[in-house]
Design a protein around this ligand. Structure first.
Ligand code: UGA
Length: 438
């Protein structure tokens, strides 16, 4: 009999996982505690913007392989394997992760699980959590096995990353759990996608180690950008040159406004907090620096804006191109673009924010900023434009056309994606982070 799966939590991770597991042919039930989200998902609509996901979701709902519920009893009784995909945000006022959704969902599932069920954690958690869950279930749901299977998907590429991941990692304690997960991922294993079997703590650590490495790579190149600015050098050329060394590689080496989102910033902080608890704090002190370099990009961009506007932000009209933490997403969690917009507004500037997909979410968090869904409209009368999120749309803007609507032709390319000579040729004063001024 085909395995039946439940997926607990329908955020970026859970909604994608449930739709993609159904796409592989499994019968899947997704659970969320928010009834509106469940209703939307059952009608075939994704509650956030993620390319390709709408189609996969709708197709599998229509095929009868996928549905969503708010009932833990229904999800627990339906599935043989239960994937925990709930959020683990940063605790307010601390670096550590807030695990209340993880433990809450285990507690809610436990009374309805069968002794042959397998609970598989996918959420990003501090090392030791899988073991804690196993201990809890030993008492509340005897016989239920646990595994840890971290997820590495990127927003904007969630479907592709789920169906064709670079690797699969499963932390297990029993051969049965391993073979059940081999069955779930058989299609990928057949395609020779590496399938790594580890213990619990290694699987948990793989995820935070990967995100820490990525964050470090970005902050490394942003530290180089700071030095380039001081020395009059060009970080874009520098990145290209070092990236040709295959040991370094040129991916994730884009200098600019730095990383944001719901993962990298909170994961490195939670990792530092957990290492401290384990007595291994010193090993990760460098991540504090990674975080500081990253946050400095935001304050540096505000300082540069002030400088470009003659030393004063009060009363100036600034247009932000971008609100999301990265392109092809509507996610504004810890968005560098919005952080800069708010700092500029707090300093007395009038800020109009444009984003192709993120303005609704942005307005929820920062209702006092002004938003526009048309880039040209947002730029009308601006004394400065800041290119803060690298949506393709901004690269396609004609600098000559944009020049006609602004009050002053000042632009800061905070993502190093605009063609500087073209903008200069159109009469713009363009400053790019980590690159020489004209
Ligand atoms: C990240 C990881 O890339 C995924 O592998 C991981 O699964 C995910 O977190 C997670 O933990 O769930 P994501 O947050 O979707 O994925 O975004 P990234 O593509 O990693 O970008 C993160 C931030 O870094 C963005 O703000 C982006 O603009 C910035 N970035 C990225 C740079 O500033 N420079 C770069 O060269 C690359």
């Amino acid at each position: 009999m085909t395995l039946r799966l439940s997926v607990i939590g329908t955020g970026y991770l859970g909604a994608t996982h449930s739709a993609c597991m159904a796409e592989l042919g499994f019968d899947v039930i997704g659970l969320d505690v928010v009834p509106e989200k469940v209703q939307l998902l059952n009608s075939g609509k994704v509650p956030f913007y993620e390319p390709e996901l709408d189609a996969v979701l709708a197709r599998n709902i229509d095929a009868g392989r996928l549905r969503f519920t708010t009932s833990f009893q229904e999800a627990a009784e339906f599935g043989d394997i239960h994937f925990i995909c709930v959020g683990t945000p940063q605790q307010s006022g601390a670096y550590a992760a807030d695990l209340s959704q993880v433990f809450g969902s285990i507690e809610s599932l436990a009374p309805y699980l069968s002794s042959t069920d397998l609970v598989v954690g996918k959420s990003t958690v501090p090392v030791g959590t899988a073991n804690q869950i196993a201990e809890i279930l030993k008492v509340s749901a005897p016989g239920v096995d646990v595994a840890w299977n971290p997820e590495f998907l990127r927003e904007g590429f969630a479907v592709q990353d789920t169906l064709e991941p670079d690797r699969l990692v499963v932390g297990v304690r029993s051969p049965e759990a391993e073979s059940q997960l081999r069955e779930v991922y058989a299609t990928m294993i057949d395609k020779e996608i590496p399938f790594l079997v580890t213990d619990f703590p290694t699987a948990e650590l793989v995820k935070v180690a990967a995100n820490s490495f990525l964050a470090t790579k970005i902050s490394f190149i942003n530290a180089m950008a700071e030095v380039c600015e001081a020395a009059g050098a060009d970080v874009v050329q520098l990145a290209e040159a070092i990236g040709h060394d295959t040991r370094i590689g040129n991916r994730f080496l884009n200098a600019g406004l730095g990383f944001g989102g719901g993962c990298l910033p909170k994961d490195i902080r939670a990792f530092m907090a957990r290492a401290g608890e384990l007595g291994a704090e010193e090993a990760l002190t460098f991540l504090r620096e990674v975080d500081q370099i990253n946050l400095r990009r935001r304050s540096h961009t505000v300082d540069l804006a002030r400088k470009e506007l003659g030393g004063e932000l009060r009363g100036k009209k600034i247009c932000m191109f971008g609100a999301t933490f990265k392109p092809d997403s509507d996610d504004v969690r810890d968005s560098p673009a919005l952080d800069v917009a708010v700092a500029l507004a707090n300093a007395g500037a009038t800020v109009v924010v444009h984003d192709p997909k993120g303005t609704v979410n942005a307005e929820r968090v920062y209702p006092t900023l002004t938003y526009s869904t048309d880039a040209m409209q947002a730029a009308v009368g601006a004394e400065l434009i800041i290119h803060a999120t690298e949506w393709m749309e901004y690269r396609e803007i004609d600098p000559e056309e944009l020049a006609k609507v602004v009050a002053q032709k000042n632009i800061i390319d905070a993502r190093n994606k605009l063609d500087v000579p073209t903008w200069r040729a159109a009469g713009w004063n363009i400053r790019a982070l980590g690159r020489p001024a004209a």
